[in-house]
Design a protein around this ligand. Structure first.
Ligand code: IPM
Ligand code: MG
Length: 362
């Protein structure tokens, strides 16, 4: 049975990194007979410019039909002056909400050859393998009321609402417990239950759920401490589960530990395991079009797509193995080069070529 993959390259470096990931998927298809077919749509700033909306109807129709979606990145300075509701980022939030992609997996895995590129000492990150499970369709990103209001004196006030129902907490919690069962059996739930009622309920609900998972050791941590512990002793963590905003912040920290934010993939899944796969990095407008972006986070996102949505674990492992092999060969995009080293960076396309070649000799 063939699988329909929707590509949403988006803005900035998005088109460059998605192009390389597509080539890798095509090479995997040739090798593993996956019968992939590709379609392409617009999301984000490009969609605002060309179709007048960040998540246009045409893209919505393609997204609903696709078996899986691979996204580049959205946003850029040329759209910063737009009203909040029309910005490219809202397109990303809209597709996450439309497809109910509430479960975001952000694995932070250190490839052994990149230990030197981490912002922490090599011994603190050697063997690092942390999974952040981020709730993606609730919390302060979506809570109402929200807005900017002007009072009688003409003073403006901005406000957002952080809210989670027990139902929302339970469904992300269950998937996080299940993920922990498949790994080391340790789950750390991150909240700010010393201050915020919404996360007091989060903690209570996670605690209640843990009765159903006696084989998982649940712990709780306040988000400020979790941020500190991630840069102090990251290997203490296995699976972290948290809400939308905290997950956004903690996953950028975790990314840096693995050498570069250019390495971190993600999968956003709904209850039917339909998924949208995207690198954790943004659109990096400053380097867009210069053939210097690191395509590996998108290529690793494509590997997650193969594993979670297409049930092709061998192909996924082959892609991940190909990435490990190019890193072992010493190939580096500019973001992976440590100050003071004499290595010469290679470009986006050359990195894609190297992964395709490594996959072919797999
Ligand atoms: C991410 C990004 C997005 C988010 C932005 C681009 C809306 O930072 O996926 O981490 O905040 O979720
Ligand atoms: Mg982010």
């Amino acid at each position: 049975m063939s699988s329909q993959i929707l590509l949403l390259p988006g803005d900035g470096i998005g088109p460059e990194v998605v192009r390389e990931a597509r080539r890798v998927l095509e090479a995997a298809d040739a090798q593993f007979s996956l019968e992939l077919s590709f379609s392409e749509g617009r999301l984000g700033g490009i969609a605002v410019d060309e179709e007048g909306a960040a998540y246009p109807d045409a893209t919505r129709a393609l997204a609903r039909d696709a078996d899986a979606i691979l996204l580049g990145a959205v946003g850029g300075p040329q759209w910063d002056a737009l009203p909040a509701a029309d910005r490219p980022e809202r397109g990303l939030l809209a597709i996450r909400a439309d497809l109910d992609l509430f479960c975001n997996h952000r694995p932070a895995l250190l490839f052994p050859d990149l230990a030197e590129a981490s912002s922490l000492r090599a011994e603190l990150v050697a063997g690092l393998d942390v999974l952040i499970v981020r709730e993606l369709t609730g919390g302060i990103y979506f809570g109402e009321p929200r807005g900017i209001a002007t009072d009688a004196d003409g003073v403006r006030e901005g406000y957002n609402t952080d809210r989670y129902s027990e139902t929302e907490i339970r469904r992300i919690g269950r998937l996080a417990f299940e993920a922990a069962q498949k790994r080391s059996g340790r789950l750390c739930s991150v909240d700010k239950a010393n201050v915020l009622e919404v996360t007091m309920l989060w903690r209570e609900t996670m605690e209640a759920l843990s009765a159903d998972y006696p084989d998982v050791a649940l712990s709780h941590m306040y988000v400020d401490n979790a941020a500190m512990q991630l840069v102090r002793e990251p290997k203490q963590f296995d699976v972290l589960v948290t809400g939308n905003l905290f997950g956004d912040i903690l996953s950028d920290i975790a990314a840096m530990l693995t050498g570069s934010i250019g390495m971190l993939p993600s999968a956003s899944l709904n209850a039917d395991a339909k998924g949208l796969y995207e690198p954790v990095h943004g659109s990096a407008p400053d380097i867009a079009g210069t053939d210097s972006a690191n395509p590996l986070a998108t290529i690793l996102s494509a590997a997650m797509l193969l594993r979670y949505s297409l049930n092709a674990p061998e192909a996924a492992a082959a892609v991940e193995g190909a990435v490990a092999s190019v890193l072992a060969q010493g190939l580096r995009t500019a973001d992976l080069i440590v100050d003071g080293s004499h290595a010469a960076p290679i470009g986006t396309r050359a990195m894609g070529d190297a992964v395709v070649a490594a996959l072919q000799c797999h």
